[in-house]
Write a protein that binds this ligand. Structure first.
Ligand code: VGL
Ligand code: ZN
Length: 208
C-alpha cells in the first residue's frame, strides 16, 4: 500500500511511561519504536500524540483513597479504569522515546490534560464530548485516511480508531506497530469493536 497527501500516520503515546521501565509499562512496548520509524518514512503527514496528565489526575488510583491500579470505578462520564500515576506533565515518564526518529512529524497533540476527565482518544476526552480539535485539524488539511500505530492497542489506539471512524475517516491499524495492556479482556473487546466500526487491520509489511 502506498500513502499520500490525503493520509496521516498517527503515532499514539510512544512515551517512556508506556515502555518497559515506565510507570504504566506495556509489555514489549519499546519493540514498536523501530517499526513506527520505518513506516513513518512512507507518510507525507504524521501526527504524534502525548498522554499529558496533571499531577493528581483523576484516572490515577492514587487520587481515589482505598483504590488500586486496574480497578474500575464509575465517573460522571462512565466507567474508568484506574491507572498507576503515569505521564505526568513535564516528567521523563511523559517524554516521547528518544529513539523515535520522526523529525517530519507535524503536530504533537497532547491529551488528558484536564484533571477530572481522561482522554484515551486523540479526538475526544472520555466524556465523549470534549473535542481535542484533531478532527477539524485533519479535515482542514484535506486528510481522508488515518493510519494508527503505537500504545496501547486496547486503549488509546482503539479509542482513537473508533473516533476516527465516527468522524468519517477511513481508518487502518498497523497491528505489529502496536502493543496492548490487555486488562480484563480489553484487547479482544477492542479488536471486536474496531472490526464492527469498519477499522481495517494491516501489518507494517503492507506499507511501502
Ligand atoms: C493509555 C491508559 C491510560 C494509552 C493512556 O496510551 O493507551 N492507557 N492512559
Ligand atoms: Zn493516561
Amino acid at each position: 500500500m502506498r500513502f499520500g497527501m490525503k493520509d496521516v500516520l498517527i503515532g499514539v503515546d510512544l512515551q517512556y511511561g508506556f515502555m518497559p521501565g515506565g510507570n504504566l509499562p506495556v509489555a514489549d512496548g519499546d519493540a514498536v519504536v523501530p517499526v513506527v520509524n520505518r513506516i513513518a518514512r512512507h507518510f507525507d503527514n504524521i501526527v504524534l500524540t502525548q498522554d499529558w496528565h496533571p499531577p493528581g489526575h483523576w484516572s490515577f488510583a492514587s487520587s481515589h483513597p482505598g483504590r488500586k491500579p486496574f480497578e474500575v470505578i464509575r465517573m460522571a462520564y462512565g466507567e474508568q479504569v484506574l491507572w498507576p500515576d503515569h505521564c505526568v506533565q513535564g516528567t521523563r515518564d511523559a517524554e516521547l522515546h528518544d529513539d523515535l526518529d520522526i523529525p517530519g512529524a507535524q503536530l504533537v497533540l497532547r491529551k488528558g490534560y484536564h484533571k477530572a476527565v481522561d482522554s484515551y482518544s486523540a479526538f475526544h476526552a472520555a466524556d465523549r464530548v470534549t473535542p481535542t480539535g484533531l478532527a477539524s485539524y485533519l479535515r482542514e488539511r484535506g486528510i481522508e485516511r488515518v493510519v494508527l500505530a503505537g500504545l496501547a492497542t486496547d486503549f488509546c489506539v482503539a479509542w482513537t480508531a473508533l473516533d476516527a471512524r465516527t468522524a468519517g475517516f477511513e481508518t487502518l491499524v498497523v497491528e505489529d506497530a502496536c502493543r496492548a495492556i490487555d486488562v480484563q479482556g480489553s484487547l479482544s473487546n477492542a479488536w471486536a469493536a474496531m472490526k464492527d466500526a469498519g477499522v481495517r487491520r494491516i501489518t507494517s509489511a503492507d506499507i511501502g
